[in-house]
Design a protein around this ligand. Structure first.
Ligand SMILES: [Zn+2]
Length: 101
């Protein structure tokens, strides 16, 4: 996986296809990512105390990392990324426009 927390990604499959969001959580063990505003599901919260109202909360669920692509800040679309070394640092770059992401 070449994604990092805080990356802007675009969804490539499923009901949220073409939507973009920021990576919130990365789970390397099962290759899943949680993206802000993507793959939301509604959870019905029951009142736990007396007098409290039940409510519906929306939570972003983890999804397969293969369903998202890193968003190129220059192309503004999902692009395949490569790796290259710049000085002593390993960076990711857009394979299309060569911009460092
Ligand atoms: Zn690009």
């Amino acid at each position: 996986m070449n994604l990092k927390k805080g990356d802007n990604v675009i969804v490539t499959t499923g009901k949220d296809r073409t939507k973009t969001g920021k990576v919130l959580v990365i789970s390397k063990e099962d290759n899943r990512v949680t993206v802000e505003g993507i793959n939301m599901f509604k959870k019905h919260k029951r009142p736990t105390k007396q007098g409290e109202k039940g409510q519906i909360v929306s939570i972003a669920r983890p999804m397969a990392a293969s369903n998202v692509m890193l968003l190129c800040p220059s192309c503004k679309v999902g692009r395949r990324v490569g790796h290259r070394t710049e000085g002593a640092k390993k960076v990711r770059y857009c394979k299309k426009c060569q911009v460092t992401i």
